[in-house]
Ligand binder design. Structure first.
Ligand code: AKG
Length: 286
C-alpha cells in the first residue's frame, strides 16, 4: 500500500515530535468548512472562541462537516503511518484567534491532562482553515531531540489562553531552536503528544482558524476512572476501552446535541481527574 509519509518523515516525527505542512482540503472542501463554521457561529450567536468552552470541544458529535473533516482520508492516511490502521478520535478542539487578538497558548505538552495509555501514541493533526502564519500566531514547536518525556505543568488558568486549563510547563527547558509551524489554509501539521509547543497572539488582520484533532490507536486506554467517548474513524475498535459514538443525525440535531452534553461531561470529568493525577505524580517526585 502507498504510504502518505516516507521513511524520512516518519523518522523526523519520531525524533523531533512534529511534521508539517501537508495539503489536505480542496478549495471546495475549505469553502464548505468555512461556511459550516459561519453557520455554527450564527447558531451560537457568537464566535466559537467566546463563551462556554464546551462548544470548542468535540463538535464532530453534532456537525456532520466536522465529522467529515476528522475522517478526511488525507489526514487519516498520514496518521495511520504513525499510529497504525485502527484509529479513534479522542477529541477535536477549535483553536481560534480573532484578528489582532491577545489569545495565545503557553508552552505545554498535550499528554499532560489526558491520561492516555500508552502515552506516546497520541498524535494531533492541526488543520488550518485560514492561513496560520507567524504573524497570525501559528504554533511554535521545539524538537524532542529523540527523548520525548513528560514535563511538569501547572494549570494556571492564564488569561487569554486558548487552552482550557491555561496550562503551562513549569520547569525550565531549552527553548532555543523553536520552529514556527506555518500552515496555508487547508493544510495540516502533526504533533506528538509529548511535543512542547506554544503560540503567540494574532497580530494579523485575519482570524486564525484551526481545529486540533486528537487521534489515538484503537487499543489505547485511559489511566483514570472515567470511561471516555471516542469516534472510530478507521479500522476496528481493537481495545473496546471507549464508548463509541455514532455519526451525527444531522447538523445541530437535538439527539446529537444531547449526546455532545454527555461526551463533553465525560471529557471534563477525565480532564479534572488527570489534572489532580499530574499534580500528585510530580508532588511525589519532589
Ligand atoms: O492553536 C494553538 O495555537 C495551540 C494548539 C494546541 O495547543 C494544540 O493543538 O495542541
Amino acid at each position: 500500500m502507498t504510504k502518505a509519509l516516507n521513511e524520512a518523515q516518519i523518522a523526523h516525527y519520531r525524533r523531533d515530535g512534529y511534521l508539517f505542512p501537508f495539503p489536505a482540503l480542496s478549495a471546495d472542501e475549505l469553502g464548505e468548512c468555512n461556511a459550516g463554521l459561519a453557520r455554527f457561529e450564527a447558531w451560537l450567536g457568537k464566535p466559537v472562541n467566546q463563551g462556554d468552552f464546551r462548544w470548542r470541544s468535540a463538535s464532530y458529535v453534532f456537525l456532520p462537516w466536522v465529522d467529515a473533516l476528522v475522517r478526511h482520508p488525507r489526514i487519516l492516511d498520514a496518521v495511520e503511518d504513525l499510529i497504525g490502521p485502527n484509529i479513534l478520535v479522542y477529541t477535536a478542539t477549535w483553536f481560534i484567534k480573532e484578528a489582532q487578538s491577545p489569545a495565545f497558548a503557553a508552552w505545554h505538552q498535550d499528554a499532560t491532562y489526558f491520561g492516555i495509555i500508552p502515552n506516546d501514541q497520541h498524535v494531533t493533526a492541526w488543520v488550518a482553515l485560514t492561513d496560520a502564519t507567524s504573524e497570525a500566531g501559528c504554533m511554535e514547536v521545539v524538537s524532542s531531540q529523540g527523548q520525548p518525556h513528560q514535563m511538569r505543568h501547572a494549570a494556571l488558568r492564564l488569561a487569554n489562553s486558548i487552552n482550557g486549563a491555561g496550562q503551562a510547563i513549569s520547569e525550565p527547558f531549552d527553548q532555543g531552536g523553536g520552529v514556527m509551524m506555518e500552515l496555508p489554509a487547508g493544510s495540516f501539521s502533526l504533533h506528538h503528544t509529548l511535543c512542547r509547543h506554544r503560540s503567540a497572539p494574532n497580530r494579523a488582520s485575519h482570524r486564525r482558524l484551526g481545529l486540533g484533532i486528537s487521534y489515538i490507536p484503537a487499543n489505547s486506554r485511559l489511566s483514570g476512572s472515567v470511561r471516555m467517548c471516542a469516534r472510530l474513524v478507521r479500522g476496528k475498535d481493537t481495545g473496546g476501552n471507549f464508548e463509541l459514538i455514532p455519526p451525527p443525525e444531522g447538523e445541530l440535531h437535538p439527539t446529537a446535541l444531547a449526546r455532545h452534553d454527555h461526551v463533553y461531561a465525560r471529557y471534563r470529568d477525565n480532564y479534572e481527574e488527570q489534572v489532580r493525577a499530574h499534580e500528585r505524580q510530580f508532588a511525589a517526585a519532589d
